[in-house]
Design a protein around this ligand. Structure first.
Ligand code: HSE
Length: 300
C-alpha cells in the first residue's frame, strides 16, 4: 500500500457542438488531490461538492476499493485543491470521479488499467465524454455499448488534434446543473437531425485532426442539445456574436453549460476579453485561454 500520492485531474469540455455525449477535450486547468491512507474517509481543503461519503471523489474511491483486494475499513484522507469551477460545464464532477478512482487504484497498488477505470468512472458519471479525456488527455471520441448480458461497456479513442487550434473558455458568474440542463432535452428527435449531427461530428473530428479550419468552422453546428440549452444561458446569443465578431471559428456550449468553449486558429482571442467587458452583459463572463492537456490524469 502506498503512503502518499498527489493526483492532478484536468478540466474537460464535452460535446464540442455536434458530438453530444461523445467528444471531449482535456484542458489545462486542474483539480489537485493529495491522498493518504487513513482510518476513515475525510476530505480537507477547498472542497468541491459535499464533504461526506456522497462526494463523487469518495464514491469513486469506494467503488474501486470494493473491486480490489483492499481492507474493508481502509479509509482515505484527501486534501482538495480545486481550480475547476463547479457547475460550469467544465467537467468538475468527472474530475472528482476520476480522482477518487485513481486514488484507490494507486493507494492499493491495484494496477487497474485506464480502460478498466473508464468503465467504473463512466458508470458513475452516466456518460463517458468527460471522464475519458480526464483519464487519457487530449481529444477523445467515446461511446457506450450494451453487451449481450446487458452490461454496458465504454469505449474511447484518443483522436489527433492539430496544434493550430486554440481554445478559450468563457466562464459566467452563474452556475447550471447538468441535471437541469439535461431535463430540457427532447425525448425524441427527427431522423434528419440525427443524420445532421452524426455527419457534423464526424466532419469536425476529422477536421480537428487534419487542421482544416474551414471544415471546423462549418461543422460546429448541432441540433441535439444547443438549441434547447441556449435558452438556459443568459447572454448566450450575445456571447456567440461576440466570439464570431472577434474571429473565433465558433462558440459552443461547454458540456452541459453554462460556460462557452470558443475555438480559434489564430491569436486574435486577445481581443475577446476586452469586447466582453465593453458589451455590458447581464452576467460577468471571464475569458480564459486554456492549453490542451495532452496527458490527462497525472499521478506523482
Ligand atoms: N455530454 C454531457 C451533457 C456532458 O452535455 O449533458 C455534461 O456532463
Amino acid at each position: 500500500m502506498k503512503n502518499k500520492i498527489q493526483i492532478s485531474i484536468p478540466a474537460t469540455s464535452a460535446n464540442l457542438g455536434p458530438g453530444f455525449d461523445c467528444l471531449g477535450l482535456a484542458l489545462g486547468l486542474y483539480n489537485h488531490f493529495t491522498c493518504q491512507p487513513y482510518r476513515e474517509n475525510i476530505i480537507l481543503g477547498e472542497v468541491c461538492g459535499p464533504k461526506d461519503e456522497t462526494n463523487l471523489f469518495i464514491r469513486a474511491y469506494n467503488a474501486v476499493k470494493a473491486l480490489v483486494a483492499a481492507p474493508k475499513n481502509a479509509g482515505i484522507r484527501v486534501h482538495f485543491d480545486c481550480e475547476i469551477p463547479p457547475a460550469r460545464g467544465l467537467g468538475s464532477s468527472a474530475a472528482l470521479i476520476v480522482g477518487g478512482a485513481i486514488a484507490a487504484n494507486e493507494l492499493f497498488e491495484a494496477k487497474l488499467s485506464h480502460t478498466q477505470l473508464l468503465q467504473i468512472c463512466s458508470e458513475l458519471e452516466g456518460h463517458p465524454d468527460n471522464v475519458a479525456p480526464a483519464l487519457f488527455g487530449g481529444l477523445t471520441a467515446s461511446f457506450t455499448s450494451v453487451k449481450e448480458d446487458g452490461e454496458t461497456f465504454a469505449y474511447t479513442q484518443k483522436t489527433p488534434l492539430d496544434g493550430r487550434f486554440k481554445f478559450v473558455v468563457l466562464i459566467p458568474s452563474f452556475e447550471l446543473s447538468t441535471a437541469a440542463s439535461r431535463r430540457v432535452l427532447p425525448k425524441q428527435i427527427a431522423f434528419g437531425d440525427a443524420t445532421y449531427n452524426l455527419s457534423h461530428a464526424l466532419g469536425l473530428t476529422l477536421a480537428l485532426g487534419q487542421g482544416n479550419s474551414t471544415i471546423v468552422k462549418e461543422s460546429l453546428e448541432d441540433r441535439l442539445h444547443q438549441p434547447y440549452r441556449g435558452t438556459l444561458i443568459n447572454d448566450y446569443e450575445r456571447i456567440q456574436r461576440i466570439a464570431k465578431e472577434t474571429g473565433a471559428l465558433g462558440a459552443v456550449i461547454s458540456g452541459a453549460g453554462p460556460s462557452v468553449l470558443t475555438i480559434w486558429d489564430s491569436c486574435s482571442y486577445n481581443q475577446l476579453a476586452a469586447k466582453l467587458e465593453a458589451e455590458k452583459l447581464d452576467a460577468v463572463w471571464q475569458a480564459r485561454y486554456l492549453p490542451v492537456c495532452p496527458t490527462g490524469a497525472v499521478i506523482s
